[in-house]
Ligand binder design. Structure first.
Ligand SMILES: Nc1ncnc2c1ncn2[C@@H]1O[C@H](COP(=O)(O)OP(=O)(O)OP(=O)(O)O)[C@@H](O)[C@H]1O
Ligand SMILES: [Mg+2]
Length: 265
């Protein structure tokens, strides 16, 4: 069993979907080839609405290595969320290829994709997407219920994740009883609780004030320092500059791909 969260982790995707909760994850043999974890080749995505087709991605080539912190920028409608949905295995390409940890995602069935989403990827969205009727800790433990993690362990891990985002005193509050920044921190805790190799965040600070933005970006800095791969979509240059690399998308194509100074981390 292996994952992608350590520097010597195996890149064999087949092991992702077969990892069982509670089993130790091997550090790897050390003789593992270190290719990019994300590889898009001539990636195209066409949406069909009735008889109307729209090419949201028009041949994107992109490689992201394990542990990279990448910001995606671009105008509204340029294809950023489409790209994130593809990277997160929430949607599939129309043309081209997506290789994740060396394996062609196009060859995987829905069960494999669901396992990848649940075990390997933590999602954070602009609108938080928390369940309003559930307390903070029940929202956070939810991804673990799909893995058949025992209740005691779920509770302990959800509590630890909420403590990590500074909400140890808000475990029982529902989303409606929390500020926007606190709700987004709950969402980050939910993304973290499964210890994913990769965090995909679509405008995670888009609805936050500057103090809450700083809280969330500080959490991402920590995750990056721990070796997680982070892909963060943002409209704000200040936010993007927290990443090490900025990929700009325009009209479904990559317009530029530059390294930042990374001073903000
Ligand atoms: N399910 C869909 N069906 C049809 N068209 C879609 C669908 N999803 C997105 N699109 C179109 O694809 C294009 C890219 O959308 P996308 O959501 O990726 O943009 P974005 O860069 O994330 O924009 P924003 O910054 O506003 O979030 C847009 O023109 C959008 O209208
Ligand atoms: Mg979007």
């Amino acid at each position: 069993m292996a994952d992608l969260s350590g520097p010597t982790a195996s890149l064999a995707l087949g092991t992702w979907s077969h990892h069982r909760e509670g089993e130790p994850r091997e550090a790897g043999s050390g003789a593992v080839e270190q290719g990019p974890v994300i590889e898009l080749h001539a990636a195209g995505k066409t949406y069909r609405t009735g008889s109307v087709e729209f090419e949201a991605l028009r041949g994107v080539d992109l490689a992201i290595r394990q542990g990279e912190y990448v910001a995606i920028m671009g105008p509204s409608g340029s294809g950023k969320s489409t790209l994130m949905n593809i990277l997160g295995c929430l949607d599939v390409l129309t043309t081209g290829q997506y290789r994740l940890a060396g394996d062609d995602v196009g060859d995987l069935d829905e069960e494999d994709l669901a396992a990848i989403r649940n075990h390997q990827i933590g999602f954070v969205f602009q609108q938080f997407h928390l369940l309003p009727s559930l307390s903070a800790w029940r929202n956070v433990e939810l991804p673990l219920t799909y893995r058949r993690v025992p209740a005691d362990e779920r509770r302990a891990r959800a509590t630890a994740a909420l403590e990590r985002v500074g909400l140890g005193d808000r475990l029982a509050n529902r989303p409606g009883e929390l500020s926007g920044g606190q709700q987004q921190r709950v969402a980050v805790a939910r993304a973290l609780v499964g210890e994913p190799a990769m965090i995909l965040a679509d405008e995670p600070t888009g609805n936050l004030d500057s103090a809450s933005t700083e809280d969330v970006l500080g959490l991402f800095d920590d995750l990056h320092a721990q070796g997680r791969t982070i892909v963060l979509i943002t409209h704000e240059l200040e936010v993007a500059e927290r990443a090490r690399r900025i990929v700009r998308v325009r009209d479904g194509l990559i317009q530029s791909d530059t390294l930042t100074s990374g001073v903000a981390a």
